[in-house]
Design a protein around this ligand. Structure first.
Ligand SMILES: [Zn+2]
Length: 187
């Protein structure tokens, strides 16, 4: 299997193109029993994938290039890392462009269903749900979008960030943005 992966990756990390310290990585929750379920990755990528605390934003900018891989295992990892980093702004633009077919999307999202469900709470400690409406309790500078979301703005139909209990997403002024839960209150 390593031979297949070496060949398809040109002997480089399928996420960051590094040439050293490469190994076969089974993409969870699949068991990695075939090349389709694996990616060929460097240890730096693997370490950051497995430990969100070690995630270095700049290491992943190259996903703008490598997310176009034709291999689902690589697409799944790119999608997950872009989601993890999306409050930085630039990954959100890439996610808008990244198309996953239904099976691949289900694979990419499948960890969340098996993982611990995060509880999102507003500034008053009220539990938030997908679809709630919240109000901003302070002016927020929106990174990358170049505008300020004003205090008192209602944000309808929010989505909870499945990876981060402090983040929700919603539309303000027609723009899809990430908002910190401590700056909102539930209506
Ligand atoms: Zn790498």
């Amino acid at each position: 299997m390593e031979t297949i992966l070496k060949e398809r990756s040109n002997n480089s990390c399928e996420l960051c193109k590094a040439l050293d310290n490469l190994q076969v990585y089974g993409v969870p929750p699949k068991e990695g029993t075939s090349a389709e379920e694996c990616a060929y990755l460097c240890t730096t990528c693997i370490e950051q994938i497995e430990d969100p605390e070690k995630t270095n934003e700049n290491h992943w900018r190259i996903l703008g290039d490598t997310m176009w891989s034709e291999f689902p295992a690589v697409q799944v990892l790119a999608y997950r890392m872009l989601n993890r980093l999306k409050e930085k702004g630039w990954p959100m633009n890439l996610l808008d462009m990244l198309y996953l077919d239904d099976d691949t999307k289900a694979w990419a999202d499948s960890l969340e269903q098996t993982g611990n469900a995060l509880v999102h709470k507003d500034s008053n400690g009220n539990v938030l749900q997908d679809g709630d409406t919240v109000t901003l309790i302070k002016d927020l500078n929106v990174k990358g979008a170049g505008f300020t979301a004003k205090r008192g703005t209602a944000v309808r139909n929010i989505r909870l960030d499945k990876d981060n209990a402090e983040h929700i997403e919603g539309k303000v002024d027609g723009q899809h943005i990430v908002i910190l839960t401590k700056f909102v209150k539930k209506n």
